[in-house]
Design a protein around this ligand. Structure first.
Ligand SMILES: *Cc1c(COP(=O)(O)O)cnc(C)c1O
Length: 443
């Protein structure tokens, strides 16, 4: 009854009063976003830094004696990955100490960056989020905590190249090659010293496994980076999967839109289009990575009908900040990419310096939901130890759940109690069957 009375009150309000209420609320909402609008002014993005990036690109082209068309050729980008500290120091000024440390780390952990990804790095900024992801740090050697294979992928591989942790979907790892080896890589143990794509025999064995297990309806092709393989080889793998009736969808996990967008060519898109339904998940971690070149790549994929998702990793010093993460997710929507996951960093050996607390992740989520488009809100995921599965973590919005009523908290922290369930005709308790009834317990 109460809700009806409320409605009646509202409908008898003069229009002016309603407008006044709405204007007051709008003022309150503007206030909610002030802090972000101020902070975002100072967050660098790939679009804002276009001129700087362009200047570095020219310098890199000069160094290699290369042309614009070389730059746009992904095979040139792959061939010319920088993995030698002397070469690096000519393109990205380094102190002697830094150069020595990189040399030292590279004895244990492989590194390489594509010329394109290098062009996004700011030499004069020690905290450059692009540099931190691509250039080795001495801290990698000071990790006595991480494990080689914390997700126990080696114990969840029922066939060559396959990781299976779920009932209806699995991963095929088709190569260890990447255009850039992330310093926070979760599969460092596979990166090794040389590029080693899976053998034809191994891929055939993994496809046989999928064929023999009819409950597998979703196959994720990953690596390394599967888009470092040739169009022809990928076409062959995708065709084999198309020929398995129970494989309903295919997904590709790739970082090339971020690290080597030149890989996304019209020919690649034409090939991928033959294998629908196909999804691509990529891995942007910072708004500086969202550039015009990245947009060109993601737009081509989107035009080929491929839904794009993003799997970011929460990384200390790179994106463990609510404003940066919000900006990243908003920039991604501008380039057709739907934020999908934020992964809590895993305890992988050599990456301890990137690991944040869970509280930081939850604070980021708290500052996304309600504060920006729902489309810009991914799931925050922690991987259970031993490969037991992705587990979502959320701030508490459900404060209590009882038989007759629930207590919720909104994005702004307003608390409401309301009836649990619809109107039950025979209910003895009229209070419990009052749909839409809500009492504000706290403003
Ligand atoms: C992450 C992952 C998947 C895919 O998980 P979704 O939540 O469906 O995106 C599948 N298999 C393995 C082994 C994974 O690690």
């Amino acid at each position: 009854m109460e809700s009806l009375i409320n409605k009646k009150n509202l409908t008898t309000h003069p229009d002016n009063d309603k407008r006044q209420v709405a204007l007051g609320r709008a003022q309150e909402l503007k206030h909610r976003i002030e802090g972000y609008l101020e902070a975002v002014e100072h967050i660098p993005t790939g679009f804002k830094l276009e001129e700087q990036n362009q200047a570095r690109k020219s310098k890199i082209l000069d160094y290699f004696g290369a042309t614009e068309s070389d730059w746009n050729d992904w095979r040139w980008q792959m061939r010319n990955r920088i993995s030698d500290v002397r070469k690096l120091s000519q393109l990205l000024p380094l102190s002697d100490e830094e150069a020595g440390q990189i040399e030292f780390v590279s004895k244990k952990f492989r590194w390489a960056v594509s010329p394109y990804y290098l062009s996004l790095m700011q030499a004069d900024n020690p905290g450059c989020p692009v540099k931190m992801q691509g250039i080795p740090s001495i801290l990698e050697m000071r990790d006595s905590w991480g494990k080689e294979d914390p997700m126990a992928e080696e114990y969840t591989s029922p066939a060559p190249r396959i990781t299976r942790r779920y009932a209806d979907r699995l991963i095929i790892n088709v190569t260890n090659q990447c255009a850039m080896f992330c310093r926070h890589c979760q599969r460092r143990r596979n990166i090794g010293e040389v590029d080693s794509p899976a053998s034809v025999e191994d891929i055939k064995a993994s496809i046989d496994y999928i064929r023999a297990n009819p409950e597998v309806r979703d196959v994720l092709i990953t690596g390394g980076d599967p888009l470092t393989l040739s169009d022809g080889w990928l076409d062959w793998i995708l065709t084999e999967l198309d020929n398995i009736e129970h494989v309903e969808i295919k997904r590709i996990g790739t970082r090339v839109p971020v690290t080597m967008p030149q890989r996304i060519t019209p020919e690649l898109c034409d090939m991928l289009e033959k294998h629908h339904p196909i999804y691509v998940n990529t891995h942007f971690n910072h708004p500086m990575e969202v550039t015009r070149e990245a947009l060109k790549a993601t737009r081509m994929l989107a035009k080929a009908g491929i839904p794009l998702g993003n799997q970011a990793v929460l990384l200390k010093g790179i994106n463990n900040d609510p404003h940066i993460m919000k900006k990243l997710n908003q920039e991604l929507l501008k380039i057709h990419v739907r934020p999908y996951y934020i992964f809590h960093a895993k305890p992988v050996k050599g990456t301890n310096h990137f690991v944040t607390t869970i509280q930081e992740g939850l604070e980021i989520m708290e500052n996304l939901r309600g504060y920006t488009s729902g489309l810009a809100v991914p799931w925050y995921i922690i991987n259970a130890p031993g490969g037991a599965g992705k587990t979502p973590l959320l701030p508490q919005y459900l404060l209590s759940l009882e038989k007759d009523n629930v207590l919720i908290r909104t994005w702004e922290g307003k608390v409401f109690r309301f009836a649990n369930g619809g109107n039950t005709a025979n209910s003895n308790d009229p209070q419990a069957s009052m749909p839409g009834r809500h009492d504000c317990e706290q403003g």
